[in-house]
Design a protein around this ligand. Structure first.
Ligand code: NAP
Length: 541
């Protein structure tokens, strides 16, 4: 079967931030023969698909939600705003692909229908939906942490005859809401970013909310040329700070809440709310994400802000979040709560008034019928594990990832899986993912993967594989870190709780800088937790 197959050193699946960098690193820095595949029609991953109105960077500032490794790249890209719009991020990634001549090694509009490890050959074989076959010693899965769309299965939803979009599969053509009654289900980052924009054009927007959210004002602003110049001059230091400080180059405040009087703490919260962005969560007092009392205080502060902004007390009541502040992904908003002061926006609280069914022209809840012309599903993703399961590689003995991960997403270092030799993940379960600057996280993970591949080549080895014991202790380590915080107490996609039937497991690593130290230590210490196989006879003969 592999007779006509094209042969590579490494195959990369995905050409978003992670996959593009992996292609650059393995091909240009290591000289490997690499091919990347992507089902999309162009580069960008998340930013290729998430074209909904209002999509913006929700990181502290755009220049740091970008590759860090190349001073030239930093010098030649002009970030315009702190929370830059989605099309600009996509343009940046297209520029990156162009500048480093990556396109010639990416095959677009090609889905991988099978990925299978051949134990005798110590290689991966992939098949595409175009009927092609290719093999490589290494398979790099850069399939995206937020890719598999979660679509609710309400009775009759497929009978809805109006236009319907998922925010994560937004069409490339401009969508007009003019004169339309739009129903939006979901109030996570995508819903909260898009609702204010949709409301500006639509005749009416009905928001169907299951869980009210804490959202902090993004305070998006233009980035001046002087500011960009400063970043460029200090780039090496900033990059080091990002690496050391959990992904962002900002000093966080180390003050203890108990050293301050309640009025002083409120004044600090006010100041940080005005500053905007994630400052309220990272810069107030130590322990906001682990000390319940302190977290309650910050939660109440944000609820107070929502009450101040939203004029109708009944709507404000429905918008009150009651989980621990920050334990779902913190959302940076651009006028979200203010949108409820518009006459053309109404809110349905699904906890009091659940959706019962759809008709061809309306959403029927327990207490009413809501006629709509358009439906926007801002209902999120089968996050982190979902895209790996969608690929469903078959490892040693033909065992599929779906079998291996039936009850738990076992992995080692968030990058490898026992039973799946020579396969690596970027932003897999157990990696910091969204808890760190993802572009830099991808660079650092790829450096680890590259070093491991180099180790294999230098020592003339055939395969590398994580051990089950390493997976077990890694799982313990991840959970110990998570259990010291309030995160596991909340039903969030971090816990897999947004997908019915999905195993509950904390899907990230909360201490990104520590995580990347661990990767370096593992590499420097001779790859503890991995076994290496010599090159098999039949491969060399
Ligand atoms: P999300 O955070 O998972 O939010 C999905 C929303 O849909 C939640 O409000 C959820 O309610 C609701 N929902 C899900 N299933 C539902 C159902 N059957 N009925 C009613 N409501 C339902 O998804 P997202 O907003 O797409 O964001 C996902 C992640 O993508 C974010 O957390 C963030 O990491 C990333 N993101 C980043 C950006 C950026 O600017 N960089 C933008 C968008 C997204 P519950 O809360 O009750 O589950």
């Amino acid at each position: 079967m592999t007779g006509n197959a094209k042969q590579y050193d490494a195959i990369i699946i995905g050409s978003g931030f992670g996959g593009l960098y992996a292609l650059y690193h393995l091909r240009d820095k290591m000289g490997l023969n690499v091919r990347a595949f992507d089902g999309a029609g162009g580069v960008g991953g998340t930013w290729w698909y998430n074209r909904y109105p209002g999509a913006r960077v929700d990181a502290p500032s755009s220049p740091f939600y970008a590759y860090t490794f190349s001073q030239e790249l930093v010098d030649d890209w002009e970030w315009k705003e702190t929370q830059t719009v989605g099309p600009d991020v996509l343009a940046y990634l297209e520029h990156f692909a162009d500048r480093f001549d990556l396109l010639k090694d990416i095959q677009f509009e090609t889905w991988i229908t099978d990925a299978r490890y051949d134990e005798a050959a110590q290689r991966w074989t992939i098949e595409t939906d175009a009927g092609e076959t290719a093999t490589a010693q290494f398979l790099i899965c850069a399939v995206g942490a937020l890719f598999v769309a979660n679509k609710p299965d309400y009775p009759g939803i497929d009978d809805f005859a109006g236009v319907s979009f998922h925010t994560g599969r937004w069409p490339h053509e401009k969508v007009s809401f003019a004169g339309k009654r739009v129903g939006v289900i979901g109030t996570g980052s995508s819903g909260i970013q898009s609702i204010p924009e949709i409301a500006k054009g639509a005749a009416h927007v009905t928001v169907f909310q299951r869980t009210p959210q804490y959202a902090l004002p993004a305070r998006n602003r233009p980035i001046s040329k002087e500011e960009l110049s400063r970043y460029r001059e200090d780039w090496d230091d900033l990059r080091m700070s990002m690496r050391r400080r959990g992904g962002w180059p900002f000093k966080t405040n180390r003050r203890r809440a108990s050293d301050y009087a309640p009025e002083q703490r409120q004044a600090v919260y006010e100041e940080l709310w005005e500053e905007g962005g994630i400052h309220l969560s990272i810069n107030s007092y130590v322990g906001v994400m682990s000390d319940k009392e302190l977290n309650d205080e910050v939660s109440e502060f944000v609820r107070g802000k929502i009450r101040e902004i939203v004029r109708d007390p009944e709507t404000a009541r429905k918008l009150m979040p009651d989980y621990h502040f920050g334990t779902k992904r913190l959302i940076l908003d651009n006028g979200y709560f203010e949108t409820y002061n518009r006459d053309n926006v109404s809110l349905v609280d699904l906890r009091e008034d659940p959706i019962e069914k759809f008709t061809h022209a309306s959403v029927c809840t327990k207490h009413g019928e809501h006629p709509i012309d358009m439906l926007v599903l801002a209902t999120g993703f089968d996050a982190v594990s979902g895209s790996m399961l969608n690929l469903n590689p078959k490892g040693r003995g033909g065992v599929s990832l779906k079998e291996k991960w039936e009850r738990r997403f076992d992995n080692y270092l968030g990058a490898t899986i026992a039973g799946f030799p020579n396969m690596f993940m970027i932003h897999g379960p157990g990696a910091p993912g969204v808890f760190f600057a993802m572009p830099l996280g991808g660079e650092l993970t790829t450096a680890f993967i590259g070093d491991c591949i180099k180790h294999i080549h230098d020592k003339n080895l055939g395969a590398v594989e994580a051990t089950i014991d390493a997976e077990t202790s890694w799982d313990r380590e991840i959970n110990e870190i998570a259990n010291r915080t309030l995160y596991p107490r909340t039903n969030s996609w971090y816990m897999g709780a947004n997908i019915p039937g999905k195993p509950r497991q904390f899907l990230g690593h909360l201490r990104g800088s520590h995580y990347f130290d661990r990767l370096s230590e593992v590499a420097a210490g001779g790859y503890e937790g991995f076994v290496f196989e010599p090159v098999r006879e039949e491969v060399t003969s």
